[in-house]
Design a protein around this ligand. Structure first.
Ligand SMILES: Cc1cc2nc3c(=O)[nH]c(=O)nc-3n(C[C@H](O)[C@H](O)[C@H](O)COP(=O)(O)OP(=O)(O)OC[C@H]3O[C@@H](n4cnc5c(N)ncnc54)[C@H](O)[C@@H]3O)c2cc1C
Length: 223
């Protein structure tokens, strides 16, 4: 009797990689893989543009070290504030409970504790990705609808996307405005199955990719 074989995807830097979602996780994964020499990376992102939204976010020293390695620290550092110290105060009367001098971070670890607007952190990683256009491609306004985790005979993973449609979590879509606009503009809104050797889910807290993985495992998605 023939032994069943598991389909094998080709290894090496020619691997086709689909990253589902272009937030901080998706962009930094793409940049890290490109810096490792992978040549065929596509980011599928539901939003029309790569969102630089949010509020303040910390760039701790371990993150600063990684960003420097990925070549995207300078952009963020130029827009960040380096904390010199922090104090914890009692909310009732402003009595000082703790005081930490942060000078030692630069001295001992080579980086300060930075605080930056989230859009500048995402912008820094995005610029890093955009500086490698031969390796990293973007398919914006492309919403993931479904992932089929049963590998094809060639060992690829298939996923279905709908182009020119707002993500289900986009508040604009809730109002129907984005859909209406797409109809007006007569956009191509086809649903297509795509495939890649490696599919990486980075589609955020309401992940479609996680939903389908849990479904396949017979588990419930509690998000
Ligand atoms: C105000 C604020 C401050 C924060 N401060 C900190 C901090 O100091 N330190 C810290 O570590 N974290 C902080 N966080 C949390 C941090 O921002 C999140 O953990 C991080 O953004 C998660 O990144 P992500 O890429 O996983 O998800 P997201 O940033 O949500 O990205 C997911 C991406 O996938 C896209 N997407 C979603 N569904 C689909 C679909 N069906 N098809 C295609 N694309 C899709 C979305 O449009 C989005 O671009 C903060 C968050 C907020 C809101």
């Amino acid at each position: 009797m023939a032994t069943p074989t598991t389909p094998q995807a080709p290894l090496g830097t020619q691997l086709s990689i689909a990253i589902l979602g272009g937030g901080i996780a998706g962009l930094s994964t793409a940049l890290a893989l490109a810096r490792q020499g992978f040549q065929d990376i596509t980011i599928y992102e539901a939003a029309k543009g790569l969102g630089e939204v949010g509020a303040g976010i910390n760039i701790t020293i371990n993150l600063a070290r990684i960003m420097e390695r990925l070549g995207c620290l300078d952009y963020a550092r130029d827009r960040a504030v380096a904390l010199e110290q922090y104090k914890v105060l009692e909310s009732e009367n402003d009595e000082q409970l703790t005081h930490v001098n942060l000078d030692y971070l630069q001295k001992d670890f080579g980086y300060p504790f930075l605080v930056v607007h989230r859009r500048d952190l995402q912008g820094a990683i995005l610029k890093g990705c955009q500086s490698l256009p031969d390796q990293i491609k973007f398919q914006l306004h492309t919403a993931l609808l479904e992932v089929d985790y049963t590998p094809t005979p060639e060992g690829k993973t298939r996923f279905k996307v709908k182009r020119n449609v707002a993500p289900p979590t986009d508040p604009e879509n809730v109002k129907g405005a984005a859909d209406k606009k797409a109809q007006e503009e007569d956009l191509d809104r086809e649903e297509v199955w795509l495939e890649a050797d490696l599919v990486i889910a980075a589609d955020g807290i309401r992940s479609v990719a996680r939903r389908d993985m849990l479904k396949k495992l017979g588990e419930e998605d509690h998000s």
